[in-house]
Design a protein around this ligand. Structure first.
Ligand code: ISL
Ligand code: CA
Length: 645
C-alpha cells in the first residue's frame, strides 16, 4: 500500500479515493474546473511543489492533516465490468415528502400522517414507487424533526403510531414502499439518553455523547470560535457547527461541554459506545419489523470521530469556514460501523439504505456503497448542486454545462457494481429551476428539461415534493417569513458582522425554507394545504401552479413527470443501460446513447435558453417523449427528447 505524503505526486493522490474527492472539492471551491484532475502535467507535480506555489497557505500543519485523512483509508474501489444486477430500488422512483408541509388533515396548519394517507392516490397517479419521509419521530423541532427526542414514538403534530401503521397498510395496498429518514449522528438534547447523561456522571449514557468536564478542558481561548454563554471558559476544541458558532455548548449547572455539529439542541452521539450501538440496532429493528423498506441515513458519514477530538486544522477551517471537519468527514471506523448495521439490522430484512454524505464524492461513495462492500446501497453526494466557485448562499445562474460534465464524469467512471442517486432537489436546498433560470417564461420548459435529464440517466431517481409541479423559490418578504434554524443563525451572524443587507440577499438565494413551504393542491385557501394559516407560507407563484390545475392540463410539468416515470417503468434500458455521451465538447448540447441488450436509446437536449443547431441533423428512431413538438435542425430553448433506436 502506498503511503501518501507531501512528496507524493498529485497523480498518486488523485488515484486515492479520498485524495480524489478532496481534490475535486478543493477545485470546486477555488472555482476551478474539476476536470483538471485528469491533466497529465498536473498529475506529475509533487504535492510539496504545489504547496510552495500556495505562498505558505498549504503549510506543514495543513499537509499533516490532509495526509493523515488520506492515509486512514487503506482500501481502493474496484470497478466491475458487465451489466449491473437488478434491484427494486434501482428501478424505483423515490419521492421525498416533507411531512410538515405536505398536507394538513386536522386544521392546525401543520402537515401530518393522515394528510399523507389522504393523498396516496395522487402519488400513485404520478407513478411513484416509494416514499421517503423526512423525520416524523417525537422532536422539539429545533431543526424540524432532525433533532429526535424519542425514536420509538410519532411526533404529536404528525399523528399517532396508529396513523403510522395505517400508512404502512395503505401503502402496501397500492404496492408502494416506505423509506424512513433516520438520524443517528445526533439526538435532541431533550432525548432521555441525553438528559440522563447530563444529570448522572455514573450513568452509562454519559458515554453515549461527547461530554467533557469544563475543569479539565484546555484554557487557551480561541478568537475565531467564540464560546457563547460560558464566561471565561473555552471549549474543548476549535470545531465549529454547521449552523454557526462553536460546536460546543456549555452546560453551566453540570460544568460540562457537549459536542453538537449542528444546532445547539442536536447533541452528537458517540459511536464508540457499544451500548449505544446496541440501542441503535434495536431502533432499526423496531421500524423494520413494522414493514418499512429501508432508511435514508442522515449525515451518516460523520458518525466516526477521531479519537481525542483533536483541534481542527486552521487552513482547512478557514477554507471551508467549518473547523474540525477532517476529524469526522470520513472517520477511521466509518466502514466498521456501517457494516455492523448492515449485518445486524439491514441484511436480515433485506432493507435498502441511502446514506446522506456531505463532503463525500464519487470515489469515496464507491467505498461506502459498492455492491461488494457490505455497507450501504447508495450515497447522496452533493458536488453537482452548485457550480464551481459558488455556495448555496450565492445569487447566481447555475450553468447546466457544469452538470453535463459532472454527469459524464460520474457515469463513465462507475463500475457495474456502483449505482448513483439522481436528484436536483431536497429539503435542504432551493428549487433548481430558480437556480438555473428564474425567468417565469421558461419555467415550464426548464422544469421539463430537468425532469428528462434525471430520468434518462443510469441511477435511482429521487424527487422532492413539488418538483413535479415545477415549483420555484419563494418571494419571502422579510426575516419574519423565515423559519429554518440554519437561516436564522446565519442571518443573525451577518447582522452581528454589520452585513445585514448581504445577509438578506444570501437568505433569498440559499435558504432551505424555499423548499419547505406548503404543497399546493388546489384553488382552495392556502392552496388546499390547510384551511388555516400554515406554519410557513408560500407565494402566489407556487400556489397558483397547484396539482389540480396541472392534472387537468395534458401539457403540464406534472404530466411530463408522470409520463417519464411510466416510460422508465417500461424501458428498463433507461434504468440499467450503458451510457455513452457524444459531442461532449459542444456547449449547451447534451447528447447520449443508452444501450441495454438489443435496446438502444438516444437522448438529446439543449441546455440553454437560446435555440441551438442540432449537430447530428434530425435524429433517427422513434420519439418516445419530448418537451417540444420537435423541429428539424434547430433545438428550441431547453428542448429535450428521448428516442428509441
Ligand atoms: O444545509 C447544510 C448546511 O450548510 C447541509 O450541510 C446539511 O446540513 C447537511 O447536508 C446535513 O443535512 C442533514 O442533517 C441536518 C439537517 O438539518 C438536514 O435537514 C439534513 O438533511 C442535521 O440533522
Ligand atoms: Ca395537522
Amino acid at each position: 500500500m502506498v503511503h501518501l505524503s507531501k512528496n507524493s505526486r498529485l497523480g498518486d493522490i488523485i488515484d486515492h479515493p479520498v485524495g480524489h474527492d478532496m481534490c475535486y472539492r478543493l477545485l470546486l471551491m477555488l472555482g476551478l474546473n474539476p476536470l483538471l484532475l485528469k491533466n497529465p502535467l498536473l498529475r506529475r507535480l509533487r504535492f510539496r511543489t504545489l504547496a510552495k506555489l500556495s505562498h505558505g497557505q498549504l503549510d506543514d500543519a495543513f499537509m499533516d492533516s490532509f495526509f493523515h485523512l488520506l492515509n486512514i483509508e487503506k482500501d481502493r474501489p474496484v470497478n466491475k465490468m458487465g451489466e449491473p444486477t437488478t434491484a427494486w430500488w434501482k428501478e424505483a422512483t423515490i419521492y421525498q415528502i416533507y411531512p410538515r408541509s405536505f398536507c394538513d388533515s386536522n386544521a392546525d396548519g401543520i402537515g401530518d400522517l393522515r394528510g399523507i394517507i389522504n393523498k396516496l392516490d395522487d402519488l400513485k397517479a404520478l407513478g411513484v414507487d416509494a416514499l421517503w419521509l423526512s423525520p416524523i419521530y417525537r422532536s422539539p423541532d429545533d431543526d424540524n424533526g432532525y433533532d429526535i427526542s424519542d425514536y420509538y414514538d410519532i411526533h404529536e403534530d404528525f399523528g399517532t403510531m396508529d396513523d403510522f401503521d395505517e400508512l404502512i397498510v395503505e401503502l402496501e395496498k397500492r404496492d408502494m414502499r416506505l423509506i424512513m429518514d433516520m438520524v443517528l449522528n445526533h439526538t435532541s438534547d431533550e432525548h432521555a439518553w441525553f438528559q440522563e447523561a447530563l444529570r448522572d456522571p455514573k450513568s452509562p449514557k454519559r458515554n453515549y455523547y461527547f461530554l467533557r468536564d469544563a475543569a479539565s478542558s484546555k484554557s487557551v481561548k480561541s478568537e475565531d470560535t467564540p464560546s457563547q454563554e460560558c464566561g471565561d471558559l473555552s471549549p474543548p476544541n476549535n470545531w465549529t457547527s454547521f449552523f454557526r458558532g462553536s460546536a460546543w455548548r456549555y452546560f453551566p449547572e453540570e460544568e460540562l461541554w457537549g459536542l453538537h455539529l449542528f444546532s445547539k439542541k442536536q447533541m452528537d452521539l458517540n459511536w464508540e459506545s457499544e451500548a449505544l450501538r446496541d440501542e441503535i440496532m434495536e431502533i432499526l429493528h423496531f421500524w423494520l419489523k413494522k414493514g418499512v423498506s429501508g432508511f435514508r441515513l442522515d449525515v451518516i458519514n460523520y458518525i466516526s470521530k477521531a479519537e481525542g477530538l483533536p483541534e481542527g486544522n486552521e487552513t482547512i477551517g478557514a477554507m471551508l469556514s467549518f473547523y474540525g471537519i477532517e476529524h469526522y468527514v470520513f472517520g477511521a471506523k466509518l466502514h466498521e460501523h456501517l457494516r455492523e448495521m448492515q449485518t445486524r439490522a439491514f441484511t436480515p430484512y433485506r432493507a435498502f439504505t441511502v446514506g446522506e454524505c456531505p463532503g463525500v464524492g464519487r470515489e469515496m461513495s464507491k467505498l461506502l456503497a459498492g455492491e461488494e462492500r457490505g455497507e450501504m446501497d447508495l450515497v447522496f453526494s452533493f458536488d453537482h448542486l452548485e457550480n464551481p466557485g459558488f455556495t448555496r448562499w450565492d445569487d447566481y445562474r447555475y450553468d447546466l454545462d457544469y452538470y453535463k460534465h459532472y454527469m459524464i464524469n460520474e457515469q463513465e467512471a462507475l463500475g457495474s457494481n456502483h449505482w448513483m442517486s439522481l436528484f436536483f432537489e431536497n429539503h435542504d436546498n432551493p428549487r433548481m429551476i430558480s437556480k438555473v433560470n428564474p425567468d417565469p417564461h421558461v419555467r415550464e420548459q426548464l422544469g421539463k428539461l430537468l425532469a428528462l435529464l434525471l430520468f434518462s440517466m443510469r441511477g435511482t431517481v429521487f424527487l422532492y415534493q413539488g418538483q413535479e409541479l415545477g415549483l420555484i423559490n419563494e418571494d419571502f418578504r422579510s426575516m419574519d417569513d423565515i423559519r429554518d434554524v440554519e437561516s436564522l443563525n446565519y442571518y443573525r451572524e451577518k447582522v452581528a458582522e454589520g452585513n445585514e443587507d448581504q445577509g438578506w440577499r444570501d437568505i433569498l438565494a440559499g435558504s432551505r425554507d424555499h423548499a419547505r413551504t406548503p404543497y399546493p393542491w388546489d384553488d382552495q385557501p392556502h392552496a388546499g394545504f390547510s384551511p388555516v394559516t400554515p406554519w410557513i407560507e408560500s407565494s402566489s407563484s407556487n400556489r397558483s401552479n397547484h396539482l389540480n390545475a396541472q392534472r387537468a392540463d395534458d401539457n403540464s410539468v406534472w404530466h411530463f413527470y408522470r409520463k417519464l416515470i411510466d416510460i422508465r417503468r417500461h424501458h428498463k434500458g433507461l434504468v440499467y443501460g450503458d451510457v455513452k455521451f457524444v459531442k461532449k465538447k459542444k456547449r449547451h448540447y447534451w447528447a447520449c446513447y443508452r444501450t441495454y441488450g438489443d435496446k438502444r436509446y438516444f437522448i438529446e437536449a439543449n441546455l440553454s435558453d437560446k435555440p441551438i443547431k442540432r449537430p447530428t441533423g434530425n435524429p433517427e428512431g422513434r420519439l418516445i417523449i419530448s418537451t417540444h413538438s420537435s423541429q428539424k435542425n434547430l433545438l428550441q430553448p431547453y428542448e429535450a427528447a428521448i428516442y428509441e433506436l
